[in-house]
Design a protein around this ligand. Sequence first.
Ligand SMILES: [Zn+2]
Ligand SMILES: [Zn+2]
Length: 134
Amino acid sequence: MFWVLMMKSSSVQQLILELLQQEHAHFSAHEIYTQLKPRLPSVNPSTVYRALERLTTSGEISVSDMGTGAAVYEMVGSSPHHHLVCQGCHRVITLENKIVQPLFDELEKRFNYQLTTNHLVLFGYCQECSSKKD
Ligand SMILES: [Zn+2]
Ligand SMILES: [Zn+2]
């Protein structure tokens, strides 16, 4: 019985990782549950949420607030990146790490600090939305 439960939880984690390995995948816990459901009809939301928690704790995936009302999960992966999120239309722009890296380097040097943030989310208004506001 114990073995069966272990198999079950590890396959849920496996499917979550497969889902998040898609290009630019950023999904909320609810979206992940909805997408796993067809492949694991017997899965319940709390199993998915627990698996997400475990993967986050072990550092395989990261969770961030993208201002959409629900936390969003994604692979940590080998290419750190960051985002600009428009508070008007919620459009998300992905920034390459090299744009932000000089700031991180400067902060680490100046404060003798080892930063572990690998996913920065900055909020603002895109060009379209800011021109509408004027
Ligand atoms: Zn991201
Ligand atoms: Zn906008």
